[in-house]
Design a protein around this ligand. Sequence first.
Ligand code: GLU
Length: 555
Amino acid sequence: MTEYEKLAELLFGDVDKTPAYYEEKYPERQLKEGARVTRFAPSPTGFLHIGGLFAAMIARLTARTTDGVFFLRIEDTDKKREVAGGVKGIIDGLNDFGITFDEGMTGEDSESGDYGPYRQSARREIYRCYAKELVKKGLAYPCFCTAEDLDALRARQEEAGVTKGYYGEYACCRDLTYEQIEENIKKGKPYVLRFRAQPTESGRITFDDMIKGKIEMEANYQDAVLLKTDGIPTYHFAHAVDDHLMHTTHVVRGDEWIASVPLHIALFKACGFRVPKYAHIAPIMKEEDGGKRKLSKRKDPEAAVTYYTEEGYPAESVNEYLMTLANSNFEDWRRANPDSALSAFPFNLKKMGASGALFDLKKLTDVSKNVIARMTAQEVYERASAWAEQYNPQLYKLLTRTPEFSTSIFAIDRGGKKPRKDLAKWNEVREFTAYFFDETYIPAVTLPENITPAAAAEILEKYISVYHPAADKDEWFALIKSICAPLGYAENVKEYKAAPDQFRGHVGDVSSVIRGAVTSRLMTPDLFAIMDLLGEDRVLARLNDTLARLKGVRA
Ligand code: GLU
């Protein structure tokens, strides 16, 4: 037995499995050529950042577009960051946006798939097995330095003006003898397990990032911690072991991890694992004071994906918007394929922008208006009610009281070549539908600028005297036209423009007055459809009410 093997037994005598056992238990995946295996690997904090959703979406597409596998691994090695119900919170948050997994965690304590456990805290024995192997090979060693020792080291390095860390001549536990180690352990001294960094010849490494391109960096020379004093792995070691055994081909993650890639590559190599491909995603940025900064969980409500659900942005809108950030050719594709499902877009990892895209709520709003404009009235009704059920009970009651009526509201000006684009999110539905329900309608005298109250009263009086529910739009419009001439308004705009002095206004002004009287708004979708839906009694009541207000009777 070599010294290293003896040491491995001393430290990990209870580990009864060998790497060969796990290699057999988790064999190569039987996938077609070119299939990519990706994962989303959040900490169970319950909080899902829009950047997390973005990364999950990119990783999922990378797998989906190649008939690969996308799985969910929960990285709960940092117990401080864990929140009760955090796994479910993340799964639900992702589900809201259609992000589903082929395998991995399915709930707080449930999972599916052959490559688990998918929760790192349940993989302790696996990490210890691979750690033991590294010790055997002389590539890892126990370090008994206390927090105070490390503070002192840092101070010394600061004074000497050298790079901080545990490496080379500063790695004082690196060359402890077996006997020294044994004695420390007998004394019950806590220790971490450190990587014994192997200097490379050039001191540099290069790797090809799928998004950022070729990257050259200083090779790792730090004896990084692999297992903490409690035997729990650090992110770095867990990443190597897990992504190896789960056969991840493409590690898609935030670019804050780029700095750690040299260590990761060194670890993969030390363990004898194939290094995966990396795709580092730039963070989503926000413009502020002329500069750019990362969307912050603390400062920006829109950093949390729950913001979008609560505001009532359809998941498709958010996904579609994120796709515009992911691949710049997406918008052209959407224009050419307005009715295609988002999943039909030929996503390409290599077309991702290397630097942080700016998050633009206005753009999201525009995208969302288009998304909602493409829905059927029935869909809008269902989606708006589902949102209202959770976030606006009063609206839910109104909408679902007479589903057919509500659906007809959403049917106004929908379909056709140029559908209206009024709605961007479901929390706008209350305001959008307000004048259709007596409970939410707030009557107010609303006149076009060029019409005096007296002139408006005259128009309404006349209109009330001839009003009857019209069979169709032509008949409805003919009736409005018919009162124009007697009141001194032109029947059409052209006629008015030819001789403006001879008229008090034109048919547009007359309809505006009627629109204002019936809805208390100057801008609405098709007025005929609105009046048709409101029905004769309500229309007459509102016309009369406005007339009375105009005359000051009930002002
Ligand atoms: N748990 C890491 C994080 O939340 C995952 C990074 C990765 O995907 O490897 O940042």
